[in-house]
Design a protein around this ligand. Structure first.
Ligand code: PLP
Length: 303
């Protein structure tokens, strides 16, 4: 199983993959990125990810250094060189290098790095039993960048650290208004009286691509959807709760702040939506996640 880094279009082994210490991605988190994954060796929703990458760059006030088609070709070259059965790729664009100083005009032009790794899935058991989460009130750097997918995930990393220290697996990000907006690298959905409820885009969330497909599939199945912000208190009263992301797909949450959600087990609607999603991506009725003990118990980055 292989790992490679494609730096400025050149495929490199991880041990020879280096960038400048004057890169603003390193200095200031001044970068945007996408995480994409393969199903059956093919990148899923790749055009949508590239579009979101360009939008993120635009929100940050810089352009992609090469065309989306070139970025796509470089990503595919990395995936081929890595030679994994299934891969995930993290496509990063930084504002570039330059002399020290916050002034963005010091940057000498955007640079690109694509990291390709073997796809690591959550253990199957997490889908069967669900996971626990705690609510963490925090302010994310992306709030200052119109919810662009930017490189600075510090607030979420610290929220996740808190969750781990509390013995939970995930943190639900609560904003200053007391609203549960997202997971650390995922969107959030609740089920209340058979209605699918998720925060609207203007709640300051990432326009998740898995979220979009879940909403499309719900519409196909005539499941009622409501775009609503749920408070930290309200989330404890919902019937079902789940997260969505490219890597985790649809992950049930069965406990928040020590309080069981519904009956404390993954709910029917969650299972249904996940099954529909897996059929949509061509996996049929194969169960989700990596079978233990092959499944690794390290966190799977959906970011
Ligand atoms: N929200 C945040 C903050 C994320 O980092 C991610 C994952 O990258 C998502 C939501 C889910 O987005 P997607 O479904 O496009 O992977």
């Amino acid at each position: 199983m292989g790992r490679v880094a494609v730096i400025q279009g050149v495929v490199r082994r991880p041990e020879e993959a280096t960038i400048s210490v004057y890169d603003r991605g390193f200095l200031y988190g001044d970068s945007v990125f996408e995480t994409v994954r393969t199903y059956g060796g093919k990148l899923f929703a790749f055009d949508e990810h590239l579009e979101r990458l360009a939008e993120s760059a635009e929100k940050m006030g810089f352009e992609l250094p090469v065309s989306p088609a070139e970025l796509a070709a470089e990503t595919r070259a990395g995936i081929e060189a890595a030679g994994n059965e299934e891969s995930y790729a993290r496509i990063m664009i930084t504002r570039g290098t330059g002399p020290l100083g916050l002034d963005t005009s010091l940057a000498e032009g955007p640079r690109r790095v694509i990291l390709v790794e073997p796809l690591v899935l959550p253990p199957a058991e997490q889908y069967e039993t669900g996971i626990s989460a705690i609510c963490v009130e925090t302010v994310r750097a992306s709030d200052a960048a119109d919810s662009a997918k930017i490189g600075n995930y510090l607030a979420s990393a610290l929220a996740l650290k808190k969750a781990k220290e509390a013995g939970a697996r995930e943190a639900l990000v609560v904003n200053r208004d007391g609203v549960v907006v997202e997971g650390t690298t995922s969107n959030v959905f609740a089920v209340i009286d058979g209605v699918l409820v998720t925060p609207p885009l203007d709640a300051g969330i990432l326009a998740g691509i898995t979220r979009k497909y879940v909403l499309l599939l719900a519409e196909e199945d005539k499941i009622e959807v409501r775009f609503d912000a749920l408070s930290r208190q309200a989330i404890l009263e919902v019937d079902e709760l789940f997260l969505t992301s490219s890597i985790r797909e649809v992950m049930p949450i069965v406990e928040v702040d020590g309080v069981p959600i519904g009956d404390g087990k993954p709910g029917e609607m969650t299972r249904h939506i996940h099954q529909r999603f897996r059929r949509h991506v061509g996996l049929g009725d194969r169960p989700p996640g990596a079978p233990t003990p092959v499944g690794q118990d390290r966190d799977v980055e959906g970011g």
